[in-house]
Write a protein that binds this ligand. Sequence first.
Ligand code: SAM
Length: 333
Amino acid sequence: MPDLTGTPIGQRTLDLAKTADWYRRFRLNETPGQSELYAEWAAGVETDAEVLALIIGLPRPKRQPNLVFACARLLGAPLAGYPVFRLWLVEHWPAIAAEARVRATQTNEPRRLTAIMPVLASIGPSVALIEVGASAGLCLYPDRYSYDYAGRRVDPVDGPSPVLLRTESTGPVPVPEHPPEVVWRAGLDLNPLDVRVPDDVRWLQTLIWPEQVERRRRLDAAMSIVRRDPPLLAAGDAAQGLEALVALAPTGVPLVIVSPAVLVYLAPEQRAAFTTAVTGLGRWISLDAVGVLPQVDALLPQAAEPGDFMVSLDGRPVATCGPHGQTLHWIDA
Ligand SMILES: C[S@@+](CC[C@H](N)C(=O)[O-])C[C@H]1O[C@@H](n2cnc3c(N)ncnc32)[C@H](O)[C@@H]1O
């Protein structure tokens, strides 16, 4: 029997339960040590039938906790405990829902380069770089940031950068003396963001969780660097748009295609199309959650920790790392 919205009641009950479970898993797996406020909001939503009923009115991918909370904050939600937040959320729901329908989580985290830069350096002293799922392109500038690998520092050839990317590293990380030179850079994204456009900047800032002050500082500093020399960013799909961008790359230096934190958004058949397309176009560095590329996970010498991301070169694992590059464990070859 359908309810008043025409949704069969069995489906609605299932949607409510699945959404509650999504917020519960988000709270348990993603918020610890990251955001007490988001943990409290997620715990509130989990058991709040009225709010869950609003959220399931959104298309399924848009029910994501991170997206709903960021849209609410973008529109001015108070950074207060759940009772105050939920009052505001219910009152402003039509605007929040409209925002969620047109936005996606596009968190741009340059610290992921702590895992990518040594792989790039192992390919050559100079590279041409394409990032798939580039967001605003902040990960296209590995040559403009400084790095700290558990006390071992790496600076650009022309001296220290205002952006220092620190990681807790273990294992034989092949730390180079300097990051490799990027002679050409370009990004591909379904919806490229532009660090010169205030609305895009606000969205990138809002995607950083409330208590993550250091990440927010890093984002702002990286955006200042990128704003001075913005990258070529093309709008397009990972699998279909890649070849056209590759055609623009210079010859004479290795072309490296990086795909950090993007393949998870692709349906399995799109992911397969991408891995086929990328092979033969250039060297390929992936960085995604364990489970996204099971055929590569299978080559890991030991099981990854829950929540780990895996870094691979041309389909072979080289390291595991934290989702934002905050930790890095190099595999002993
Ligand atoms: C979590 S962000 C990662 C951004 C950046 N790579 C980083 O690591 O900081 C994922 C990005 O992938 C983009 N994206 C999602 N699906 C895509 C697709 N099918 N083709 C191209 N880009 C996609 C999103 O728009 C978003 O900007």
